[in-house]
Design a protein around this ligand. Sequence first.
Ligand SMILES: [Fe+2]
Length: 360
Amino acid sequence: MAPSVAEVTQPTDTLANGVAKINLKEVKADKGPSYPFYYPYFDVNEKFPPTEIFEHKDAGLRADPKKPNLLKEGTIVKHISPFLGTEISGVQLSQLSKEGLDELALYVAERKVVAFRNQDFKDIGPDRQIEIAKHFGPIQRHPTSGNVKGYPEFHVVYRDAENDQFREYIGGNRVDRTSWHSDISYEKQPPSTTFFFILDQPDVGGDTFFASQVEAYNRLSPEFQKLLLPLRAVHSAVAQAEHSRQRGGPVRREPVESVHPIVRVHPVTGEKALYVNKGFTRRIVGLKDEESDLILHFLFDHIAKGVDFQIRATYEPGTVVVWDNRVTIHSASGDFDNSFRRHAVRLTPQAEVPIPATEP
Ligand SMILES: [Fe+2]
């Protein structure tokens, strides 16, 4: 397979004031996905056994803090915000040694989101892609999303003129299209160093918003932090499974619910982070409904409003974004016309059972 990058439609019109008009609708003849191998595959008969608990040793614990195998001479590093987000050029993820991958785990834990430009990752084939991501933990096989035939490790994100499940899932009667979540937080062992590579993308838009859950925690008063420390919350896969069932999609494994600490500690950096997200966190254990709603709504609102501890990760052909799901939440940006195709693939290694914070 030697797919080529989709042609980019350049703005050709100008407004009366001479400013270039951006193309907001796809007008070129559609040649289909650039990477048809990764077209989402849904087999309602595909079934997985329940996930088993495993021992996790974080790759970041093995890393040289100076990162000599990752950030070599010639690497261009551009931070997006003091709290999270870095763009890197001059590193080829597919060429990293085991030591380099360990350092990647540490670097991503520290910076929380890293966009690697000009990667050959999308062209190295599924087996090698999986091999790299497996360095960080066993890869989750998603219970409901599109995967790749024969490769259930891939979680496929796909939208085009005929397929708009994203808008369907977040709800069509909304004033905005944000949907903050931490991936698959309902698993007993939720994910860590997560890979997301882009195959087709609109000319403008389709970024991913990220927020630092570490900074979100740090902004709280010491008294409120103390109040949260002993609390645990239920994260549920039920609504996601129900949505898939309703639209005739697969439920490959019965939905699970897990109880996680509201404040968790990163096993490598020791940073404390809020671990709640609107996508999957349902209620706080031991509280009455109104009490639980009050605290969760405040936290969801606090995180969503905190644009000073959020970034937009942008995509170019060849971009691979790697983030640490334990200390961030994210949302797709539904800001592009659905005549554009957006096609991306996620590999989601699972990590430790969340470690509760015991002091502010
Ligand atoms: Fe996600």
